[in-house]
Design a binder for this molecule. Structure first.
Ligand code: MTE
Length: 324
């Protein structure tokens, strides 16, 4: 596989864990030196530090029920948390759950920039509280022909997009994951260019179905599932749903995407779930639904993963064999 570096967050901009931990030690020292000083109910370190990110497994709520929820029983959370693709933490399905346990996701911010009138850097806690969180049960179909049903928690990406006021020149949205080789030592062996990058056409990004996701199964996201914030795009193959995002950039031109860089013949920009267009190496007509049983259940794959009513009109007149 082609290994090429993309993206524009230099590692030097990512706060190394050691610096972050030292800063916490320093702040604890300040608090001790001032004799456990408190300012109202808050300690000195609370005043000096940005808001802490909720830990993995923290209950989220209250949650609004979404009209977009599938009427299907969710896959047992054990399967969703132990059968992952997160190449920064290893390429076997069981690797991310094992290797991401110490991933530091606090502090965290997401920069939203590019062709917008109001670029902004959002602290993750600020981002999570923009509007009430919804629970959305979505089918999630991987290009490798397995699927899951997940009660995700988040809100439509369009909420965030409207806040930064895209210019008419914004035709696409580019997304970038966090990447720090010190925390992700298996990254260089992933066989794909990192940081992981993805992209959508602007109308796709503004679809109410495109979910900015902070949690699942009632709680904050586990690290291996993309903590603290990821995208979920239920009508597209799973690899479009980028994890652990740090940057969103509105662009004039179609942005590069990780799997397309790795093999353009196998992975297109659109990657809509389409049972009629086979992957060059396997059929996409059926999928194995993980359901807690040993093999899962083999079921037919639906066009746009069953979300055609909401998304098909965006592709009117497009040859979906050409734009796979
Ligand atoms: N995001 C990052 N940063 N790194 C990855 O390797 N894998 C993608 C996508 N997002 C990936 C990623 C792929 S191939 C899939 S199928 C989904 O995440 C898997 O999501 P899940 O593990 O939560 O089921």
């Amino acid at each position: 596989m082609l290994i090429k570096r993309t993206g524009d967050i230099p590692n030097s901009e990512v706060t190394p864990q050691s610096v972050y931990m030292n800063r916490r030690k320093f702040l604890a020292g300040v608090a001790a030196a001032t004799g456990a000083a408190t300012l109202g109910a808050r300690s000195v370190s609370d005043w000096l530090e940005p808001a802490r990110v909720l830990a993995e497994g923290t209950k989220l709520g209250p949650l609004v029920k979404s009209p977009f929820s599938a009427d299907e029983p969710p896959t047992p959370s054990k399967d969703v948390e132990h059968y992952n693709n997160y190449y920064e933490f290893g390429t076997d399905k069981s690797d991310p759950a094992r290797n991401a346990t110490k991933f530091v996701t606090s502090p965290w911010s997401v920069s939203v920039e590019g062709e917008v009138n109001k670029p902004r850097n959002f602290d993750i806690e600020e981002l999570r509280k923009l509007v009430p969180l919804e629970e959305r049960i979505y089918r999630h179909r991987c290009v490798e022909a397995w699927s899951i049903v997940v009660p995700w928690i988040g809100y439509s990406f369009s909420v965030l997009a409207k806040l930064v006021d895209p210019k008419p020149t914004a035709k696409f949205v580019a997304f970038q994951s966090y990447y720090d080789i010190k925390q992700m030592p298996l990254g260089p062996r992933a066989g794909i260019a990192l940081p992981y990058v993805e992209g959508l056409r602007i109308d796709e990004a503004m679809s109410p179905l495109a979910l900015l996701t902070f949690g699942m199964y009632g709680e904050t996201l586990p690290n291996q599932d993309g903590a603290p914030v990821r995208m979920v795009l239920p009508w597209k193959y799973g690899f479009k749903s980028i994890k652990s995002m740090v940057k969103v950039r509105f662009t004039q031109n179609m942005p590069p995407t990780t799997w397309n860089i790795a093999d353009a013949h196998e992975y297109g920009f659109y990657s809509n779930v389409n049972p009629q267009v086979d992957h060059p190496r396997w059929s996409q007509a059926t999928e194995r639904r993980l359901d807690g049983s040993f093999f899962g259940k083999r079921i037919k794959t639906l066009m746009f993963n069953g979300y055609g009513d909401q998304v098909a009109s965006m592709y009117n007149g497009m040859d979906l064999r050409k734009y796979y």
